[in-house]
Design a protein around this ligand. Structure first.
Ligand SMILES: [Mn+2]
Length: 367
């Protein structure tokens, strides 16, 4: 069986080489080693952007994918430049992200704390310059991302919107460079792909699956598990207690208003928690944070539209929107009706229930 499959490539190659050499090269590249060769080219173009005495600053909007991708850039440039620093435009607050930074020993600064004059090269990963105002002053040398492409001008732009994670792209760079990732770097990239694809429930490319399989072999999986399970902070637990005590349940809908909370993530965790109860098909958890009333909506996604409900109920006084099963509204406290005292939890709760019931009970009439 070997003969027939091998013979054509043997006969094709001399014919290609007999043609103009440039044509031959293209033919060879496109038919024989398309992904490999182009990834090698990408890696070469990446390395061409740096010199041995460069001080490199990698900028990110920190989330697991951005953090892991920045780690990979640092690894790619190890011993190839004078130094690589990572700076983020946001302050990391999510417990799982904090656990990732701590468990993987990631050194990261705030962009406001770094002196750009100290650096000679700038890299942006998992974002594009237009995504954040703090990115705009920088002249990036390299931009690697997987979000839909915007107007990007940089000597090397590698944006692949089909990919589920930037970590997948960086895994390909590492493999092209024949760098075996450390157990921690692999854990970071592995976790990044898991979160950005929502455990492959969101759109992903075959490349994401391939990178995932590869990283699994190298990653410290218990570390990944610990990061993943770090969704809570100890001080969050008392809000679970009051949520269980104060909850109101009406026809499979649970409502709870928690008053001031140290982070809106608490509301998300509790709203998701109530959805685990078999009889619950809507969960609405609200609280006050940063002079805003934050309302988190969850439902089972069966013939419901949380995004639409949020928009109709709160869209004219605040920002509101989301998907079919998950939505969020944020209303500045001074935009609330004057008659409503934001400190009166029971009144705020009633006001939220009234606003929502206009849009959930009579959906058909509202159409
Ligand atoms: Mn991403």
């Amino acid at each position: 069986m070997e003969g027939p499959t091998r013979r054509p490539s043997r006969t094709v190659a001399p014919w290609v080489l007999a043609d103009p050499p440039s044509m031959g090269a293209i033919f060879w590249r496109k038919t024989v080693l398309p992904t490999r060769v182009s990834q090698k080219d990408r890696l070469q173009r990446f390395y061409e952007r740096f010199k041995g005495d460069d001080q490199v600053l990698v900028l990110i909007n920190a989330d697991p994918d951005a953090i892991a991708s920045a780690m990979a850039v640092k690894r790619l440039l190890w011993r190839k430049t004078a130094g690589v620093n990572i700076a983020s435009v946001n302050i990391v607050k999510r417990p799982d992200n904090l656990a990732m930074i701590r468990l993987l020993n990631i050194r990261m600064e705030q962009v406001g704390d770094v002196d750009p004059a100290r650096f000679t090269r700038f890299v942006l990963v998992d974002s594009q310059p237009a995504h954040h105002e703090l990115f705009t002053p920088f002249a990036f040398d390299v931009v690697i991302d997987h979000h839909p492409i915007t107007d990007v001008a940089a000597p090397l732009v590698d944006v692949r919107p089909d990919y589920g994670a930037t970590a997948t792209i960086l895994t390909e760079y590492l493999r092209a460079a024949r760098i075996k990732p450390s157990a921690k770097l692999a854990a970071g990239l592995f976790y990044a792909i898991k979160t950005d694809t929502d455990n492959f429930k969101r759109r992903a490319a075959p490349e994401d699956i391939r990178a995932f399989q590869y990283l699994f072999r190298h990653a410290n999986i218990p570390l990944v598990r610990k990061i993943e399970q770090s969704e809570m902070r100890l001080d969050f637990l008392r809000f679970f207690k009051s949520a269980l005590q104060e909850r109101r349940i009406r026809k499979g809908r649970v409502f709870v208003h928690l008053g001031p909370v140290p982070s809106p993530d608490i509301l998300v965790l509790i709203a998701d928690f109530f959805m685990r109860v078999e009889d619950i098909h809507w969960s609405v958890v609200s609280g006050l944070h940063d002079r805003k009333l934050v309302v988190i909506l969850r439902n089972d996604g069966i013939r419901k539209d949380a995004g639409l409900v949020a928009k109709r109920s709160f869209g004219d006084i605040g920002s509101a929107g989301g998907h079919h099963s998950a939505a969020r509204a944020e209303i500045a406290v001074n935009e609330l009706p004057k008659s409503l005292d934001p400190k009166d939890a029971a009144k705020v709760q009633n006001w939220i229930i009234a606003a929502l019931s206009r849009n959930t009970n009579h959906r058909r009439q509202n159409r």
